[in-house]
Ligand binder design. Sequence first.
Ligand code: IDP
Ligand code: MG
Length: 153
Amino acid sequence: MSEPLERTLVLIKPDGLQRGIALELLSQFERRGLRLVGLKLVWPSQTLAEQHYAEHRDKAFYPGLVSFITSQPVVAAVFEGPRAIEVVRTTMGVTRPHEAAPGTLRADYGITVDFNLAHGSANAGDAKREVALWFRPDELLSYSRAIDSWLWR
Ligand code: IDP
Ligand code: MG
């Protein structure tokens, strides 16, 4: 009953780092059993931010979003595991913290959409594109952990 392992991009946005809870937030994904395969601090360039949020180019909030994400460093991480993309999204909760379910990261740590703390790839296509955008192949490590056999098969 093995499920294919997925990789997905997580960003802890500037608000998470500035509030001093970046690693606390990341640990929520680790605690669920996801395996960390890439991790770094990045101060995103304008180009990186624009590429990352390209799908929102025409939205009213886009200029503010790009200026926010480039204003301070972010933590970029890649997590791996069965259904990792969905696991990250459900752990984060929906985009607007006031609509997010209690127990999710955005609900428990946030209150407005402007400061919703984290990014997680939305689907398999986005995950592939975003992981490649933020990490070089040699920055991603493939390894196993002894506990993996107690988390998935
Ligand atoms: P997601 O981060 O849950 O995937 P998206 O709809 O892809 O949500 O939006 C990307 C990011 O843009 C959000 O996480 C949030 O930071 C910002 N954003 C989305 N909608 C709004 C809005 O209505 N006002 C301000 N910022 C927004
Ligand atoms: Mg999105």
